[in-house]
Design a protein around this ligand. Structure first.
Ligand SMILES: Nc1ncnc2c1ncn2[C@@H]1O[C@H](COP(=O)(O)OP(=O)(O)OP(=O)(O)O)[C@@H](O)[C@H]1O
Ligand SMILES: [Mg+2]
Length: 373
């Protein structure tokens, strides 16, 4: 119970703008929980309400079982780490980390020992005497983290703490943060708009869009079973194709529907929970780039073959985007005025298809997921 967080119907308006729209969810003690979503979707506002710097217009926030309505920020069992670290430039690393404990009037010996522990935790034991100006970006970020952790919050709130770091350092710090979190068992609520970051570190992720929570799930569940079209498009890279649903595929018990895309007919997956209310009509097919296979030439099996087997479509490579580990091919289909992007691992004898090459794309029916248009 000590590090649990509960939000029930929490709403925040700025004037007429609904920044956070009646969100409800729980976070378990010791969980690494991320709020993920595009710019302006209400992530920081949610975090600020947890910290007490912003008050909800409606709803209830409980931390460690206690209603936070009348609890000011400094009395909450939380601490916050911001994107800009705001270290005191004229003070040493040690003094920066000690600041909060000194403000609490803790005994000198206790402060020294707790600051030493916090610096060891973030791997900065030898840096106590340095000034922030003598540190790298990643080291400054570690100081900011030590400064927050030294107060032993039950819940640590982190608002895009890694976004000022370059990509390599950012990946290192992701691994480091996860290690620290597991070591101390503190609940982390981590805000980011970077899906790779959220997937890499979190036990659970809440995907937010326009003030609402679209789905809360483990990284793998989000990736394998996105609940909404927004999540399907936001997590990973997906083609979002306009299709017409023609009805259930043979043996609808397998959760497939037949769809039409231009002159192509093929089967696609319907989420179990929505098969009942999937309309026959316009829908969106989400198809991940890396689930689309690409092969040379028009296949012997003609494009548009019906049935619940593998879906196939012929087309021409319009663009080839080399990404190092993988290559993306943007393919214009012959049978419909749309493009589908296929992503293939690079190397190990994988053929390369130049711009203008005729190709055949194929994918498993279960890899194409239908959502309401
Ligand atoms: N103090 C404020 N006054 C008025 N509007 C605000 C205020 N703070 C936030 N907003 C608005 O509320 C919405 C949500 O803002 P918030 O900062 O929570 O977004 P965010 O998800 O953290 O975005 P980002 O990824 O860009 O940091 C935005 O439209 C923002 O402009
Ligand atoms: Mg923000």
């Amino acid at each position: 119970m000590s590090g649990t967080v509960e939000l029930v119907g929490v709403t925040k308006r700025f004037g007429s703008h609904l920044a956070v729209d009646a969100i409800s969810f729980g976070i378990g003690s010791g969980e690494f929980f991320s709020l993920l979503g595009p710019s302006g979707c209400g992530k920081s506002t949610t975090l600020r309400m947890l910290s007490g710097f912003e008050a909800p217009d409606e709803g209830t926030i409980r931390i460690a079982g206690q209603d936070m309505a009348d609890v000011p920020p400094y009395r909450r069992p939380t601490n916050i780490v911001f994107q800009r670290w705001a270290l005191f430039p004229h003070m040493s690393v040690e003094a920066n980390v000690a600041f909060g404990l000194e403000a609490e009037g803790r005994p000198r010996a206790e402060i020294r020992s707790r600051v030493g522990d916090a610096l060891a935790l973030v791997g900065l034991s030898g840096f106590a005497a340095r000034k922030p100006g003598q540190l790298s970006g990643g080291q400054m970020q570690r100081v900011a983290l030590a400064r927050a952790l030294v107060k032993r919050p039950k819940v640590l709130l982190l608002d895009e703490p890694l976004s000022a770091l370059d990509l390599k350092l950012r990946h290192q710090m992701q691994i480091e943060l996860k290690r620290i979190q597991q070591e101390i068992g503190t609940t982390f609520v981590f805000v980011t708009h970077d899906q790779g970051e959220a997937l890499a570190m979190s036990d659970k992720v809440a995907v937010m869009n326009a003030g609402r929570v679209e789905q809360i799930a483990s990284p793998q569940e989000l990736y394998d079973a996105p609940a909404t079209r927004f999540v399907a498009g936001f997590i990973g890279h997906a083609n979002l194709l306009p299709v017409t649903v023609e009805g259930a595929a043979d043996g609808a018990a397998n959760g497939l529907a037949m769809v039409r895309l231009g002159d192509l007919h093929f089967a696609a997956a319907v989420r179990e929970t929505s098969i009942g209310d999937m309309p026959s009509g316009e829908a969106i097919l989400a198809l991940r780039f890396e689930r689309v296979r690409i092969g040379a030439g028009p296949a012997a099996e003609a494009a548009g073959a019906a049935g619940a087997g593998v879906a196939r479509a012929t087309g021409v490579v319009r663009q080839m985007i080399f990404g190092g580990a993988s290559v993306q091919y943007v393919v214009g289909l012959d049978a419909a005025p749309v493009e589908i992007t296929a992503e293939q691992p690079h190397g190990a004898g994988a053929p390369v298809f130049a711009q203008g090459t005729p190709v055949t794309l194929s994918w498993e029916p279960a890899d194409g997921r239908l959502f309401k248009a």
